[in-house]
Design a protein around this ligand. Structure first.
Ligand code: ADP
Ligand code: ZN
Ligand code: ZN
Length: 824
């Protein structure tokens, strides 16, 4: 693409000219009208990328369809159409628009989030020294910085980033513009961005008459014979077959003895082929679930929650439902949690359905992802399976959407477009009139609530396929061992004994400890209660600088030195122990055992998870220590014992969903034990053995958990009895960021004062410093807005964003909107 960004302004717009609307991949909320020059009209159709002038720049846009506004003030031409075939079907546009409105995110950026990465082109400013600049270098009045800039540009043109790097200091645009006015430098815009393209390989075919062959060398004759008898071959294949060189093929082509042509191929992300599987006989429960759900296919929008205990064979139910959908000509979308890149589900779908499966997840290279995407858009695949971004798979129509482990937190995207793929699955099903199946052993509170209010139907699988009982869970009360020293506080004699016994029997043990980024939680060592906020019932977190425990919802503060609010004990302990410490202790306790650790620190290298899981499967590991990474969906027959080091780490996590997460995590991690022939056992250590999250997890009874938790949510007005939006404010300057957050808070209070307090009341918490108050040198604040009325909430936040844009620091400070936030 050439450097041709001059906007074509038309004095008189021909009313018959084709006008289209375009969403640009920039943080702007409007859609813009462009005209299509005649030579591009045949290619300009919705779902393709276009290159458009925008202000002084040239950017990528998405063609949405015919223009909706007919007489915009100024019409510019589309400069180019970037795709030969549409990247997404027109039928997806209403879905994209819905997302943009609901998550308050610019439509163009919604679409770039949806599309495979590497498809955005933008332009950059290139600085070149002018003749006046060369002369100016001799001026004595030149400032030192001007002199440095000019002497750098004498070496050759550069964009501003390169320039700053060369001279080793920042250069402001104000300076550049001043130099430009004196014609010392020229500023041109150039299109940048390495575009992902379809990959193609060259094939050879015989050409010319049979008679030529007689006059040819043996080698050339042989090549023609091979191509004639075996059909066309790709050049690499021909080389392998006949030892040809590219030069030889070129010569033969020149002489008219062979002809070559290009053909696009799909990059193959699946290293090894998968053996086709044969479907097992369904259990009675599986058959009943399928019998209930199959008639719903192709009959309009409906959502079914498939609640099945761990190991009950939910995947087989998904496979049969997918098969039925395909038989009826319907497309199928399957979402699995992020960890599933390595899980069985994808492999099982491929084993059952072969070539017709496309996969989309972050484990693919950009090129592979782009090709999988095109296979779906081009109708080559009828099933798409993948992690959260697979919800955007470019099917024109979908008949069945499956969300496996629907409670899983990895469906929530953090940062950028903060969507929840589980929620979007239901929305997309509604748009297509499809059946949505949400499956889990531990359904989210939200989904089960939707069942109880009649929005979702249910199907149940209550027994494991192999008829193994669910593992027996034994709780060990940690508050009894508070006098123990060091690591024995965390690996109790009961746990130590159980691990020893497991190893003696030649089985494997999983030791689980949930430790997320946060430092430590204050817990009373006498009564076991966590120290919580008076207003929000959320665990407080230590703020070292203030030497206080703070609530990060509302800012409530309590001196770190104060006593336990429940029993007045002075012994407040900070709970905090890491997987590394536990691993060390286990190595000491069991010197003969092979101990491995699985957490973000050890698993950051690509392929390391796969290797570790392989070692575990082949019994090259005796004890695996891990974070929530180990809790999800894996199937290891050798594990007979699961030890939970401290259930309270999750329970006291400062988030209103901590009870729900504890229940889900414990029930899931317990589900890892006893999947083979031997029954499993779980040892669960906790300061709160009577907490309902723990008791329900022990019984694997999500309904009893739900019944208790829903009361708590209702009493405090948390979701699902309200909606929340987190307004996240961040900036590089601590003072200005705090000031900006304060101004927004002030504005909230003014709006509240005007709106009064009806039943759809809006509640504002904060602004407060975010729990992780500084990430990557940005200072972070947040305001939580909550209301039972989604529309009122939406308008409120809109007005708040408008206020932000009107504040003096709006350009330096970023305000991100997180609708239905997950981690607060
Ligand atoms: P879930 O997803 O509910 O935890 P899975 O679908 O992983 O359970 O099934 C657990 C195990 O049972 C898997 O190894 C699966 O192959 C096997 N399985 C599922 N359904 C059947 C069946 N009808 N007959 C025999 N084995 C089955
Ligand atoms: Zn106490
Ligand atoms: Zn609070």
């Amino acid at each position: 693409i050439k450097n041709d960004t001059a906007a074509v302004k038309e004095d008189q717009v021909d009313p018959h000219r084709q006008m289209v609307s375009v969403a640009v991949a920039l943080p702007v909320h409007d859609i813009f009208t462009y005209s299509v020059p005649d030579h591009l009209i045949p290619q300009a159709c919705p779902g393709k990328r276009v290159l458009v002038p925008f202000g002084r720049r040239t950017v990528t846009g998405y063609l949405m369809g015919p223009a909706t506004t007919m007489d915009p003030p100024e019409i510019k031409h589309i400069l180019d159409v970037l795709d030969a075939t549409p990247l997404f079907p027109e039928t997806l546009i209403p879905f994209f628009r819905w997302i943009a409105a609901y998550y308050m995110h610019p439509l163009g950026q919604v679409i770039s989030t949806a599309l495979p990465a590497g498809l955005n082109l933008t332009d950059v400013a290139i600085l070149t020294i002018g003749d006046a600049g060369r002369q100016a270098m001799r001026l004595p009045s030149l400032s030192p910085l001007e002199a440095i800039v000019l002497s750098a540009l004498v070496q050759g043109p550069a964009d501003i980033k390169q320039l700053q790097k060369t001279i080793g200091q920042p250069v402001s645009w104000a300076l550049i513009h001043a130099m430009r006015q004196r014609e010392w430098v020229r500023v041109d815009r150039q299109i940048r961005g390495r575009q992902i393209r379809p990959k193609s390989i060259r094939w050879a075919t015989v050409s010319g008459t049979e008679a030529i062959s007689d006059r040819l060398s043996r080698q050339r004759q042989r090549i023609r014979d091979i191509l004639r008898t075996e059909g066309d071959l790709s050049l690499p294949a021909l080389k392998a077959r006949a030892g040809t060189t590219p030069a030889l093929i070129r010569e033969m082509e020149k002489a008219g003895q062979v002809r070559t042509y290009e053909q696009t191929i799909y990059r193959d992300p699946f290293g090894d082929p998968i053996e086709p599987d044969s479907p097992p006989r369904l259990t009675t429960e599986q058959a009943a679930a399928i019998k209930a759900m199959a008639p719903l296919l192709g009959r309009g929008f409906k959502t079914v929650l498939l609640a099945g205990v761990t190991g009950s064979g939910k995947t087989e139910v998904y496979l049969r439902m997918a098969e039925t959908a395909l038989d009826r000509g319907l497309r199928v979308l399957v979402l699995v949690p992020e960890i599933a890149l390595i899980s069985q589900t994808e492999r099982r779908f491929r084993a059952r359905f072969g070539e017709t499966v496309a996969v989309l997840h972050s484990g693919l290279s950009r090129g592979e992802r782009y090709d999988q995407w095109r296979r779906i858009a081009g109708g080559k695949a009828t099933i798409a399976i993948g992690a959260r971004s697979c919800i955007f798979a470019p099917f024109g129509e979908v008949g069945l959407i499956i969300v496996d482990e629907e409670h899983d937190a990895s469906y929530k995207q953090e940062g950028g477009l903060s969507y929840n793929a589980r929620d979007l699955a239901v929305v997309r099903a509604r748009h297509h009139g499809a059946l949505a199946i949400l499956g889990s052993a531990t359904p989210s509170l939200q989904s089960w609530h939707n069942v109880t209010v009649g929005k979702y139907e249910t199907a149940m699988l209550s027994r494991r396929v192999n008829r193994q009982p669910l593992p027996a869970i034994q709780t060990v009360d940690l508050s009894h061992i508070r006098d123990e020293r060091g690591i024995h506080r965390y690996i109790t004699p009961q746990l130590q004994q159980a691990i020893g016994k497991t190893l003696d029997e030649g089985d494997q043990a999983l030791v689980f400890l949930n430790r997320r980024g946060f430092a430590a939680f204050p817990v009373c060592a006498d009564c076991g209660q966590a120290i919580r906020c008076n207003n929000c019932d959320i665990s407080l977190t230590l703020h070292k600088r203030a030497n206080a425990f703070r609530c990060h919802y509302c800012g409530f503060s309590r001196a770190a030195a104060s006593n336990c609010p429940s029993c007045s004990s002075e012994k407040i302990r900070l709970l905090g122990v890491g997987t590394e410490k536990i691993e060390e202790a286990l190595v000491q306790m069991f010197p003969q055992a092979r101990v491995a650790r699985m957490d973000r620190d050890t698993m950051s290298r690509k392929g390391s998870i796969v290797r570790l899981l392989k070692d575990l499967k082949h019994r090259r590991i005796d004890i695996l220590v891990g974070t929530q990474m180990v809790a999800k969906g894996h199937d290891f027959p050798g594990i007979t014992l699961v030890g939970v080091v401290c259930a309270d780490l999750t329970l006291n996590f400062p988030d209103f969903r901590s009870g729900e997460r504890t229940f889900q995590l414990l029930a899931q991690v317990a589900g890892r034990a006893g999947r083979g022939d031997k029954p499993g056992k779980v040892i669960l250590q906790t300061f709160n053995p009577d907490h309902y999250s723990i008791v329900s997890a022990k019984e694997q009874d999500f309904k009893s958990f739900f019944n208790q938790e829903i009361g708590f949510r209702k009493a405090l007005g948390y979701p699902p009895f309200s909606r929340m939006v987190a307004v996240r404010i961040s900036g590089k300057n601590p003072k200005r960021t705090a000031g900006h957050a304060g101004a927004l808070g002030e504005h909230c209070r003014e709006m509240l004062a005007r709106s009064g307090s009806g039943p759809g009341r809006i509640q504002v918490m904060g602004p407060i410093e975010a729990p992780l108050s500084r990430i990557a040198n940005r200072y972070r604040w947040q305001i939580l807005v909550k209301s039972p009325d989604p529309n009122g909430l939406h308008h409120f936040v809109h007005r708040l964003v408008r206020c932000h844009h009107g504040l003096p620091d709006a350009r330096q400070i970023k305000v991100a909107i997180d609708v239905d936030p997950f981690f607060l």
